[in-house]
Design a protein around this ligand. Structure first.
Ligand code: AVI
Length: 346
């Protein structure tokens, strides 16, 4: 077998192993969730292939201002960012999704004839394949290497790739590279504060002093704007939320009837977060074939599927400082609804 073929076979086996591990983790998390009094499932399970497509639809809804505003901030400030990062850049993106916003950055950087490597990290392989295909035809000079993984493993793998680029014999001029880690879309808001800190600290460990982290934060604002953003009129967020039950049916042989659940999303003032729930409309019993178990749900009982924290500037600088970063710049929109913060290692 040629070494190339061997490598392909090895990576196929690794992907299969990873798929199996993820399927087992999903099954055991669903079992734990449905058996507990306070039913909570990690929001990462919202993003199977269908969930990721539905999220792309959410981003197009008029009430969901986050994507639009972040893109406009990026468009406005891309020249400043481009100047700061120099001519040789390794972009690592956590949760890259469609990479639509990253295309704004790539378009500007590549027009400046910079040398760019791009490592999008996402848990959905289909979305990685699709976005790589699209970006490669748009930006033929950008070298793209998609990493299907969760954030922690993904950042490790991307940093290893960067090291091999910097140390390779092709880099015989010892060109210095700047790493630019992107964490867009306010995905940090879906983490509890402790987890958010752990993630930023692990990013910090991979960066040198001249590298950057560009991270989107959804800011605290009028409750009515927030409630509308998570209850869009077209019902996309509801579909996205309910798809979690459909996913359990598909992957774990469950018998959830989606019509017996209601999407509920509301701003919790005390915790400064949007909470997303699936609320049972009736007393019901659920059978999950893959677990061989029956679970009971009472009328009004909820499965908590996501939190989306809304930040203040004080919280942003405290988080940055706590994790070894300095806030270089807060790029914000006129309404002060969204902050694209540029952090550098302190
Ligand atoms: C990915 N994340 C930042 C979205 C959010 O706004 O918290 C996920 C989402 N959930 C419902 N709508 C959008």
């Amino acid at each position: 077998m040629s070494s190339e073929k061997r490598e392909r076979e090895h990576s196929r086996k690794m992907t299969l192993q990873q798929d199996n591990r993820e399927a087992e983790e999903f099954a055991s998390d669903v079992a734990r969730c449905l058996a507990s009094k306070n039913k909570y499932l990690s929001p990462k399970y919202l993003y199977d292939k269908i969930g990721s497509q539905l999220f792309e639809q959410i981003c197009l809804q008029p009430e969901y201002y986050l994507t639009r505003i972040e893109a406009s901030i990026l468009n406005k400030h891309v020249p400043v960012i481009s100047k700061l990062v120099g001519n040789n850049i390794e972009i690592i993106e956590l949760g890259s999704g469609s990479s639509d916003k990253t295309a704004i950055l790539l378009s500007h950087l590549s027009s400046q004839k910079k040398r760019i490597y791009y490592f999008p990290i996402d848990i959905s392989s289909s979305i990685l394949i699709e976005s790589k295909r699209k970006l490669e035809s748009q930006f033929p000079d950008v070298r793209i290497n998609g990493i299907r993984s969760d954030y922690d493993t993904g950042i490790d793998r991307a940093a290893t790739e960067c090291m091999s680029i910097e140390n390779s014999s092709n880099n015989n001029n010892n060109i210095p590279y700047t790493k630019l880690v992107l964490f867009l879309g306010s995905s940090i808001g879906n983490f509890e504060f402790k987890e958010a800190g752990a993630l930023l600290r692990s990013v910090r460990k991979k960066l040198h002093t001249n590298d950057f982290l560009l991270i989107g934060f959804d800011l605290q604002k009028d409750e009515s704007v927030l409630n509308a953003a998570y209850n869009d009129k077209a019902g996309m967020t509801a579909k996205f939320n309910l798809n979690l039950l459909a996913r359990i049916n598909r992957e774990l042989d469950g018998n959830f009837e989606l019509g017996k659940f209601e999407h509920r999303a509301y701003y919790c003032r005390e915790r400064r977060r949007i909470e997303m729930h699936l609320v049972s409309k009736t007393d019901q019993q659920l059978y999950i074939g893959a677990l061989g178990r029956i679970f009971a749900l009472k009328k009004g009982e909820s499965i908590h599927t996501e939190n989306s924290y809304k930040y203040s500037f004080d919280q942003i600088s405290a988080l940055a400082e706590d994790c070894g970063f300095t806030v270089e710049k807060n790029f914000i929109d006129k309404k002060r609804w969204f902050d694209l913060a540029l952090l550098s290692p302190s």
